[in-house]
Ligand binder design. Structure first.
Ligand code: NDP
Ligand code: A1CAB
Length: 285
């Protein structure tokens, strides 16, 4: 973590699942919780944040007061209102925080318009697509900076995400943030769904749910660790498990006969398209 991040005042607008994951990861990394403000209207989520030890408020404007870096962590559908509220409150401020928007699909064109101050100034904005494994310091994040974002601001944004992510990737086109959303933003849910199905299948075949759960979870973790730590390609790791005419070959053939590649391809495209659609229906494309 950079010293600049350690001494920055961080504000999170919205204290839901993704904010909790990032803040939990930051807190585990030892960042000063007194430097983190969260605004959250829902008392239950606000209390969860208070229990972590960060400062909480119902007021977005109060959370954003004097912030160096502000994370917009509300649903895409409420992003416009939040941005306009903040822009209104910042009219008298000589400086504005670096904005990090994690809202799926919401484009820089929209964010810029909604965040423009009365005197025409526009805060600097970085779009980021993180994922919930940030909570355990194993996040994967894609980033794209608006024009005008300085290299030190890019470093600050990257430092925030890198402190909770093992893969922090600047993408070379804004539209690629939607692809990151379809890959790693939504990705943890794909693996959770696969594990749910594995447990159900093994339970139906006679294992106890508890045993099946332990074995499936550890298989997922072990495979993930090999993917990250091995120098071999995913395809080679797959081949290493697959004995000719053995059990894995039988399962993989079944996957392919059921159209596995196509199923995954369609799912990633569906998520990517949904992100694009959110951008066009909720804002400006
Ligand atoms: N969850 C994920 O895995 C990921 C999510 N994202 C993005 O992160 C953003 C947040 O998602 P997620 O954390 O899942 O959503 P959540 O609904 O869990 O969190 C959003 C929080 O914002 C609160 N909120 C609603 N309106 C306001 C407001 N006007 N001001 C301040 N807070 C408000 C909500 O309160 P209430 O419930 O009362 O409405 C809620 O607690 C989304 O834009 C999503 O696209 C990005 C990557 C991954
Ligand atoms: O499902 C969603 O829309 C958000 C964005 C990526 C993960 N969750």
């Amino acid at each position: 973590m950079t010293s600049q991040l350690q001494k920055s005042k961080l504000a999170f607008i919205g204290g839901g699942n993704m904010a909790a994951a990032i803040i939990g990861g930051l807190s585990a990394k030892g960042i000063d919780k007194q430097n983190i403000w969260v605004s959250e209207p829902w008392e239950v989520n606000r209390n969860k944040m208070s229990e972590i030890g960060v400062r909480t408020t119902q007021s977005n404007v109060e959370a954003a007061q004097d912030a160096d870096l502000l994370v917009i962590a509300v649903k895409p559908q409420v992003t416009k209102g939040v941005c306009q509220e903040l822009a209104g409150a910042w009219a008298q401020r000589s400086t504005t925080p670096l904005i990090i928007s994690i809202a799926a699909g919401i484009t820089l064109v929209s964010l810029r318009e909604w965040l423009t101050l009365a005197d025409g100034r526009v805060p600097h904005i970085v779009r980021v697509m993180p994922n919930t494994p940030a909570l355990v310091g194993e996040g994967a994040s894609g980033l794209y900076a608006d024009k005008g974002v300085s290299s030190s601001e890019k470093e600050l944004a990257a430092a925030l995400l890198a402190s909770v992510s093992k893969a922090t990737e600047w993408v070379d086109g804004e539209e690629h943030i939607d692809v990151v959303t379809g890959l790693s933003g939504s990705g943890p849910a794909y693996f959770f769904a696969l594990v749910e199905h594995l447990i159900e299948s093994a339970t139906n075949l006679g294992l106890s749910k508890e045993q099946a759960t332990r074995l499936a979870k550890q298989t997922c973790l072990g495979a993930g660790k090999m993917l990250v730590e091995s120098t071999e390609e995913p395809a080679q790791l797959r081949r290493n498990v697959t004995s000719p005419n053995g059990t894995t070959a039988a399962a993989l053939e079944s996957f392919e006969t059921s159209g596995f590649k196509d199923i995954v391809d369609k799912a990633v495209k569906a998520a990517t398209s949904r992100a694009e659609e959110l951008g066009t229906t909720l804002g400006k494309s």
